[in-house]
Design a protein around this ligand. Structure first.
Ligand SMILES: Cc1ncc(COP(=O)(O)O)c(C=O)c1O
Length: 383
């Protein structure tokens, strides 16, 4: 099997599995218990918090562990706005956000918040000038992702956050789920107030993530109860998951420089091979530095997405049409439509995403298989 769907999820790293074995075996205490078993578990959670803080260049107390990226996005949007109960205002998100942000924003609109969904250009990028024009005196929160999960486009988040800081009193959230381990993630340099990450995109386990909450930003919990995570996320901590996230995030950040360069080179090679084999394929998203190093995405005329994926799967290549997160949905992707792709092309989209384990030989074999399957699919369709 050639696995080229690392944007959907990644295999759990060996080191991470080993690190998680401790809390899965011996260290079973509840971190809130004051006895020695509890303190041992608390020490593991504290270490993981330090590691995530190092990966994001923030303070440990600014890290809130959650049950994944979707939950962190929900907390980022609902948490600060719920504090302002009684005085709804205005909220801004981009049209290309992950559903965890987009649908949460639309849900808040039903609660009385006014919502602007910012348009993007043909590469999927938000223009800072457009954001500036959308800001209002009552804008409370702006959320624009750091990197897109369907086409890998990197948004100009530092610039966008600066616009918000200089022209409003709004908070700025960025979903960095796809960006961790791929591009620099320094919360001070980005100038954001809230930032989402998820463990399973970087060799960690599923169902655990974190939200960076800048010191001084107050939010209501979405999950209420025993007041864990400094009252920001209740529930007995998922100690093995948190331990896994801590190590996975730290390793991803430490290895980022070399690994991103390696993946960028392989991705370019893959794209070149595919464009030779399928000359009318059209790369989607941004080019060069404005794209994540592991994303190769193409609209392939006449190659219906789901049919191609089934063929690729049968030939041993795991790929995706766009997002795996909206599983089962056959509707054309909101991201591709927002970028102006005609619906027919948006339905013929292929996303190949590389990862730590991807080799040159795999990339070359996958290109050959994709080329062959596209030709056969087109022949079948023409009959
Ligand atoms: C950009 C982005 N945000 C949020 C999520 C959701 O994260 P999780 O699967 O941990 O809930 C994903 C992927 O699933 C994603 O790619």
């Amino acid at each position: 099997m050639i696995y080229l769907d690392h944007a959907a999820t990644t295999p759990v790293r060996e080191e991470v599995r080993e690190e998680m074995a401790g809390p899965l075996r011996e260290v079973f205490g509840n971190p809130s218990s004051t006895h020695s078993a509890g303190r041992a578990a608390r020490a593991l959670v504290d270490l993981a918090r330090d590691r995530v803080a190092e990966a994001l260049s923030c303070r440990p107390r600014e890290v809130v562990f959650t049950g994944g990226g979707s939950e962190a996005d929900n907390l980022a949007l609902r948490g600060p706005l719920s504090r302002l109960r009684g005085e709804p205002g205005h909220l801004v998100v981009s049209q290309v956000e992950h559903e965890a942000v987009l649908e949460t924003a639309r849900d808040l609109r039903r609660d009385g918040w006014e919502l602007t969904e910012l348009e993007v250009d043909s590469e999927g990028r938000v223009d800072p000038g457009r954001l500036l024009r959308a800001l209002r005196p009552d804008t409370r929160l702006v959320s624009v992702m750091l990197a897109n999960n369907e086409v890998g486009t990197v948004e100009p988040v530092a610039e966008l956050a600066q616009v918000v800081r200089e022209h409003s009193s709004s908070l700025f959230h960025t979903d960095a789920t796809q960006a961790l381990g791929k591009i620099p993630l320094d919360v001070a340099e980005l100038g954001v107030d809230l930032l989402t990450i998820s463990a399973h995109k970087v060799g960690g386990p599923k169902g655990v993530g974190a939200l960076f909450v800048r010191h001084g930003v107050t939010l209501d919990p979405v999950i209420t109860g025993g007041g864990q995570e400094r009252n920001r996320r209740s529930g007995t901590e998922n100690v093995p998951g948190i331990v896994g996230l801590g190590l996975a995030a730290l390793l991803a950040e430490r290895e980022r420089g070399a690994e991103a360069a390696r993946q960028r080179e392989l991705t370019s090679h893959l794209e070149e091979l595919l464009l030779e084999l399928i000359p009318d394929a059209r790369p989607t998203g941004a080019r060069g530095e404005n794209r994540l190093p592991n994303f190769c995405t193409l609209a392939i005329p006449g190659a219906e997405g789901e049919l191609l994926l089934m063929r690729l799967d049968r030939s041993g290549v795991c790929a995706s049409a766009g997002s795996a997160c909206a599983s089962g949905s056959q509707a054309p992707s909101h991201v591709l439509l927002a970028m102006g792709l005609p619906p027919a092309l948006a339905g013929a989209h292929l996303r190949l995403t590389l990862g730590r384990g991807t080799t040159r030989a795999e990339v070359e074999e996958a290109a050959e298989i994709v080329g062959r399957e596209v030709v056969q699919l087109r022949q079948t369709a023409a009959v």
